[in-house]
Design a protein around this ligand. Structure first.
Ligand SMILES: NC(=O)c1ccc[n+]([C@@H]2O[C@H](COP(=O)([O-])OP(=O)(O)OC[C@H]3O[C@@H](n4cnc5c(N)ncnc54)[C@H](O)[C@@H]3O)[C@@H](O)[C@H]2O)c1
Length: 365
């Protein structure tokens, strides 16, 4: 991972790519787009209905007459029917193997458009232009693309690294506060698992506005953590640790999302509650000090995030959902636990009674 004045590089050999990070840095994107068009490559933009509305000035100014398709906003668009619609759109506009797809939106658009790029003509290039904080620090980096099936999230997909990622925090000025907080959950998580000073920075100065002068630097740090972990274990195949560490809080969080039917709770909110449960479990297992879970919960709360289940859910249902998680290995529940603030480990042998206790402490019935 190399650092320059306005971009860092995800180092993956000939698939390395830059993440441009700044505020009001649209010129970086325009220059790249101009170069692509000068080389006579055709392009298309995939976005969603909300972004098309609230970011119409940006879309029109930057992408002009480039063909654009908007999927309905929301997680329910991350499915095969929408993928087919986007692929049909690409074929109707005669995109070819040299074409470039621009994914302009949150994680739903990035995952779906990235997967469309991975499938179309057996794979074409794409560029991520994330417009949510969660997409800026998490989903647009690392090359995981895909859609959901009725039986589970992200069950169909492909690894395809983007050619570049363009992060401009002015895009976040139209984002709802609750969505901004959901993105902050992933940044707090990144600090907890790999960068104590990032966690302490957020503890001292919570970020609750897209115009916060510290936000660009914080996004930089979170992207650097993800870039480094992805560069070391791109396909999450390390026997322990590795890319799986990015799932801190996600075993609990995904179960909460799954049992609540992906309604009423945002992914980042599930991560917030789930990370507090994982911290509690870590303390129970003697890995973390007894005071740390409360300290961690306070930082999530200071960013407007829930730290307990808003209403009781049976712990048995959550446990059942966790046992279906595709990240488990050989029938054992797999957890990412904290061995300190800024340090995480994967653990395959967590006693079920301790998991049930962490669920109960987090508000499960
Ligand atoms: N590929 C990965 O590595 C990875 C990692 C984490 C999460 N994800 C996926 O990301 C998805 C969640 O991403 P998300 O939280 O960005 O959700 P999202 O894409 O649904 O965006 C959230 C909402 O914000 C709206 N929005 C987007 N940009 C906006 C803007 N600038 N102003 C106003 N509204 C805007 C969207 O229309 C949507 O309603 C999930 O499907 C999750 O599985 C993928």
């Amino acid at each position: 991972m190399k650092k320059s004045s306005s971009s860092l590089t995800v180092t993956l050999g000939d698939r390395s790519y830059p993440i441009h990070i700044g505020r009001n840095n649209t010129t970086d994107l325009i220059e790249t787009l101009n170069r692509i068009r000068e080389s006579k490559r055709s392009c298309a933009v995939v976005t969603d209905s909300t972004v098309e509305l609230v970011q119409s000035g940006f879309l029109n100014d930057v992408f002009h007459d480039i063909p654009r398709v908007a999927i309905p906003a929301g997680e329910s668009s991350k499915r095969l029917a929408q993928l087919e619609m986007v692929l049909d759109f690409m074929a109707e506009h005669r995109l070819n193997r040299q074409s470039m797809i621009f994914a302009v939106g949150g994680g739903v658009v990035g995952d779906l458009a990235g997967f469309a790029a991975a499938c179309y003509m057996r794979g074409i290039d794409f560029i991520q232009v994330p417009t949510t904080l969660l997409a800026m620090v998490d989903s647009s980096v690392g090359g995981k693309t895909g859609v959901n099936l009725a039986s589970g999230k992200n069950l169909v997909g492909a690894f395809l690294q983007p050619q570049a990622v363009f992060v401009d925090t002015t895009r976040l000025d139209t984002l709802e506060k609750r969505e901004l907080a959901a993105g902050m959950a992933e940044i707090i998580k990144a600090g907890l698992l790999a960068d104590r000073s990032l966690f302490e920075q957020l503890e001292q100065s919570p970020v609750t506005s897209s115009k916060d002068p510290g936000l660009v630097g914080i996004i930089w740090k979170a992207c650097a953590i993800k870039a480094e972990i992805v560069a070391a274990d791109e396909r999450e195949s390390a026997a322990s640790g590795g890319r799986a560490l990015l799932n801190l809080g996600h075993t609990f969080g995904h179960a909460i999302e799954n049992v609540t039917g992906y309604n009423g709770i945002l992914h980042g909110e599930g991560v917030s509650i789930g990370t507090v449960m994982a911290a509690d479990l870590s303390a129970m297992m003697g890995l973390l000090s007894a005071e740390a879970p409360q300290r961690i919960a306070s930082v999530f709360a200071a960013h407007g995030l829930p730290t307990r289940l808003p209403s009781p859910i049976p712990a048995s249902k959550l446990l059942e959902a966790m046992s279906r998680d595709k990240k488990n290995r050989e029938g054992m529940l797999r957890f990412v636990l904290l061995s300190g603030i800024g340090q995480a480990i994967t653990h395959d042998q967590v006693p079920v009674d301790q998991v049930m206790k962490a669920l109960a402490n987090g508000g499960a019935s």
